[in-house]
Write a protein that binds this ligand. Structure first.
Ligand SMILES: [Fe+2]
Length: 241
């Protein structure tokens, strides 16, 4: 028999809140309710003129919401498949969970590494002195880093993301690197910490920039939240993931 404790542990739920007699349907309901769309810490229009209000509203309330809904549905089905010993269904669902769970993680990280341009958070020197120092040490300057980032980001084929990450160097520090990920693959491997990400899916820029990906990348630096990036770099960030 499947042990209820193991299932609860799998979904990171505390046993104390639940009765061991909880039904399968109740457990499924728990899984459905597990993830919600995060509230943005700024309005849809506050990143203009660099990211339009229309893009922000669609991107957050439609695209991200769909990832959340699909993730919850897939987790619910996965739980049922576990309880039914349905291994083929479990295997089929893994790619759906990866895609939609990745979409939920990536967008949640993305919203928090954006900020209105007039706020102190958008000033890299004021808000991210230690990260900027490490960027300058790695790439020779902030402008050189942005050029390298754009070059890598423009190399994304199809849909994906470009990230500034810190890789654990084995001596307690982080080695900065620019990496891309395909589709909604999340950065979940051990020793890699996402510091800031830029969504390179067409839904992130096309309504405003059409095929002008380079201009989108130029402009997005005006609304990057460097305070969040600094906190992630220093390991003091309170992320949901
Ligand atoms: Fe997106």
């Amino acid at each position: 028999m499947v042990k209820l404790n193991s299932l609860l542990q799998y979904f990171s739920l505390g046993q104390s809140s639940f009765q061991s007699t909880m039904s399968v349907s109740n457990l499924t309901a728990v899984a459905i309710a597990a993830h919600t769309l995060p509230v943005l810490p700024y309005s849809y229009s506050s990143l203009e003129p660099y990211i339009s209000s229309q893009i922000m509203e669609l991107h957050h309330s439609k695209h991200h919401q769909t990832y959340v809904d699909n993730l919850n549905a897939a987790l619910s089905s996965y739980l049922t498949a576990l309880l039914n010993y349905d291994i083929p269904a479990q295997i089929r669902l893994q790619s759906i969970i990866r895609f939609n769970g990745g979409g939920h993680i990536n967008h949640s990280l993305f919203w928090r590494n954006l900020a209105p341009s007039e706020t102190p958070e958008a000033d890299p020197v004021a808000s991210a002195p230690q990260l900027v120092n490490e960027i300058e040490r790695t790439w020779g300057g902030l402008d050189e880093f942005k050029k390298a980032f754009a070059q890598t980001a423009l190399g994304v084929q199809g849909s994906g993301w470009c990230w500034l990450v810190g890789k654990h160097d084995g001596r307690g520090g982080l080695q900065l690197a620019i990496v891309t990920t395909k589709d909604q693959d999340p950065l979940v491997e051990d020793g890699v910490r996402p510091l800031l990400g830029v969504d390179m899916w067409e839904h992130a820029y096309y309504l405003q920039y059409l095929n002008g990906k380079a201009k989108y990348l130029d402009n997005i630096w005006n609304v990057i939240n460097w305070k969040t990036a600094e906190e992630r770099f220093l390991g003091t960030s309170r992320e949901a993931f």
